[in-house]
Design a protein around this ligand. Structure first.
Ligand code: PLP
Length: 498
């Protein structure tokens, strides 16, 4: 089935297909939450929290759709006013600026926020009548977490969800997928690691030849941008407002986000509009695509590169920061191995509760923290300059990666002396190398790089590609949220589920 335009608008495309989706929703009692509800800006229907108390957050239960937001409590069952986050002090980071890390692990089913863009991709198709759960298979191209989110959402809908991901992703991701897919053939392993996104696209082209396969491409789906702008942006604002209520002079200086599909970084557009926040995109130094049109392999899982996603608002990005994967890999050992934890426990300048919370920070989250420290150093940020960043998933997905890092970096074993050295090398002594402040020319260079993927390889017209240089293009997407919410409400009403 072909993709529907560059940006699908909130209008019904095919009534018959939509009717089929309605029938499925009615049958399975799938009430679709609106983006405003997921953003915490509109109330969930009455009785939602009561209904959720008996629902396991890890089960493919339709009620878990109401948990696809940042406001889940640490037990992932209840709801909190301020989304989960940790605040890193100078004793840990060596910089005055507080580094605030939003935690994605309380999201349901997959323990990562990528279930949000997966929901956004499918809900926009259900309500427009461009996905028929009776007939179509949802194909989720991914570097690991988005396809898990997609498979979870497909399970709820009762349709086939096909995960397409590089073979080199962590064993924990594959174990999860094996438990959730309807058939082992629904896991498609493509060549390489997360830097091999081109191979994922090639496989999707092959699959798209079959009319029953609908490719829900996070790298080009503007629903991904929209959901993060609306929901992650709102959650980030809530966290910052809460911090500012206790620290009157605080300003939201920067939003730092490693880019895979470049969905999460869309929250930065909202923060820039509302707070003048700088937006910093993070990538692996071993594959410095934005920094210097580079290529290579790395282990910051979840970051897909060697390409610029279609949904990356490059012309609004202010800084590019490249972090070597050896930093998050070693920090994973420091925070999550027994020897690392024993060392950290000896440091009475560090709060034990904060240290324990690092179990909720996966490899890309650690890379984001390193990048945030680099940025704070480069910009000379002070105690009032909040740097906000994200941990998409938890360290629980990288236990085997931690073991490999141990063997790679410390073949003789990782002990407290090593932990002390890692602390200094990967936190206290971080420098501001490989931080590139973007002027218009650098932005244009990165923007142009996308041409080869999207126009030459993926068949986007030059006009559509170029439209993305104009900020009004992105503002229009953000402004379309109420239109989509109206369609979702209407769908729920017709399904008799409001
Ligand atoms: C662990 C992890 N970190 C970072 C990212 C990047 O997020 P985004 O795709 O929103 O740019 C992803 C995306 O899949 C991820 O799985």
């Amino acid at each position: 089935m072909p993709e529907v335009g560059l940006i699908p608008s909130p209008e019904i495309v095919d009534r018959k297909i939509r009717d089929s989706a309605l029938a499925r929703s009615r049958l399975r009692g799938i009430r679709l939450p609106t983006f405003a509800q997921l953003a915490g800006e509109a109330p969930m229907p009455e009785g939602t929290s009561e209904r959720l108390t008996s629902v396991d957050p890890n089960s493919p239960d339709a009620a878990n759709l109401s948990r696809v937001h940042w406001f889940n409590a640490a037990d992932r069952r209840g709801r909190v006013e301020v989304p989960a986050h940790i605040i890193l002090p100078k004793a840990l980071t060596g910089v005055e600026a507080p580094i605030v890390v939003m935690l994605g692990s309380p999201f349901p089913m997959i323990g990562a926020h990528k279930v949000l863009p997966a929901y956004a991709a499918l809900v926009t198709r259900l309500v427009t009548g461009t996905f028929d759960p009776d007939h179509h298979r949802a194909v989720w191209p991914s570097t690991g977490n988005y396809c898990r989110g997609g498979v979870a959402i497909s399970r709820i809908l009762g349709c086939d969800g096909i995960a397409v991901l590089p073979e080199g992703m962590s064993r924990e991701r594959y174990e999860w997928l094996e438990r959730w897919v309807a058939d082992p053939s629904h896991i498609i392993r493509t060549y390489g690691t997360e830097s091999n996104v081109k191979e994922i696209y090639d496989k999707c082209h092959e699959l798209a030849a079959s009319e029953e396969n609908v490719i829900l491409n996070q790298f080009s789906a503007f629903s991904n941008y929209m959901a993060h702008y609306a929901c992650t942006g709102a959650a980030a604002e809530k966290i910052f407002e809460d911090y500012r209520s206790r620290n009157g002079h605080a300003r939201l200086a920067a939003f730092v986000s490693a880019t895979g599909s470049a969905g999460t970084i869309a929250a930065g557009d909202r923060l820039k509009k509302n707070f003048g926040t700088r937006i910093a995109a993070v990538e692996a130094l071993e594959c410095p695509t934005m920094l210097e049109n580079g290529y290579g392999e790395h282990n910051i899982q979840g970051i897909g590169d060697k390409h610029i996603p279609l949904i990356h608002n490059v012309m609004n990005t202010d800084v590019v920061i490249a972090v070597s994967d050896s930093f998050p890999d070693r920090l994973n050992l420091l925070f999550n191995s027994d020897a690392g934890k024993a060392y950290l426990a000896t440091r009475d300048d560090l709060d034990p509760q904060l240290l324990a919370a690092f179990s909720e920070v996966g490899i890309s989250g650690l890379a984001n923290i390193v990048a945030a420290i680099k940025l704070a150093k480069r910009m000379n940020y002070g105690a009032d300059d909040v740097v906000l960043t994200v941990a998409t998933d938890s360290a629980r997905l990288y236990t085997t990666e931690m073991e490999s890092a141990g063997t790679k970096f410390f073949p003789g074993g990782f002990g407290s002396v090593d932990a002390d050295k890692v602390f200094d090398a990967c936190l206290a002594d971080i420098n501001d190398n490989n931080v590139l402040e973007l002027d218009q020319r650098e932005r244009r260079r990165i923007f142009n790089l996308g041409y080869y993927t999207w126009v030459e390889q993926q068949g986007i017209s030059v006009e559509d590609f170029d439209r993305r240089a104009d900020q009004s293009f992105w503002q229009d997407i953000a402004a379309s949220v109420p239109g989509w919410d109206g369609m979702i409400e209407e769908f729920n009403n017709e399904a008799g589920l409001n």
